[in-house]
Design a protein around this ligand. Sequence first.
Ligand SMILES: O=C(O)CCC(=O)C(=O)O
Ligand SMILES: [Fe+2]
Length: 286
Amino acid sequence: MEVKKVGDISQKEFYNEFLKPGIPCVFKNASKVWKANGLFNPDYFRKNFGDRRTVVNGKDYTMSELLDLVENSSVEKPAPYPCKFDIPSQLPEILPLIRPLGMNYAVPNWFESKLFPSQTYGNGTELFLGGPGGKFPVAHIDFFHTNAWITQLYGDKNFIVYPRGQDEYLYPKADNPWLSEVNIFNPDYSKHPKYKLATPITVTVNAGETMFIPWGLWHSAESLTPSISVIFDQINSKNYSNYMRDVWDFKKDTNKVKKVAMMAYYALARVYCQLGDAFNVKRELK
Ligand SMILES: O=C(O)CCC(=O)C(=O)O
Ligand SMILES: [Fe+2]
């Protein structure tokens, strides 16, 4: 398997070739519809949002402090990764710059409906900062079987993805099967001998490009240069059954009646969103 880079394909071609079969790809210029494309760089964020704060690995930083760290990051001494801002709550001013969120490909996206609150059960729209040597801490499958859309607006990042069917080689953690036990950047084959059979595929995603990682795919990432990315998740009729199963499993120890009521809510949300799709209702992240 290789990860294809695609140009101006139609939404239908994307649906048939990648979304439906669950195959990853990189869009070369889907983000051209965002005002953020070509605008986002470290100085833009320093100037406009330099004192915005966020917490990374338990420590509080300003945007300017994080930008200094990522611009001085090196493979030997990497800045923390990822440095995240939740866009709707911490940087709402940039929402108009990333519309339409789905770039006319990640559609429909039921997370854009008000029925799915932001930052709840896999619904995130985030800004990621990273610097050279910054590695995502763990190879993983995204929680809740969401599709992930990661757009590089500045700098380059490597993504590592695995073909389906390699769960066994990645040693899912017993208490959290979405995370791998293997340190894929420095595997210990005596502990994880089957990882030798895994076939990671590395693809470099450059500024302006968008990585599509379909639900259920093992992946990780590594920043190559100072980098700014926008990441959002997608659910719709294709992955909603998996999504609901994960929401059910996630709520392990709450009481059954509450769980059933919650599932009834999500089942109704499905009907509502399917009707919305059928009538082509326009959704927009608030
Ligand atoms: O861009 C990255 O670092 C990967 C992010 C990712 O996989 C995630 O947030 O689930
Ligand atoms: Fe992920």
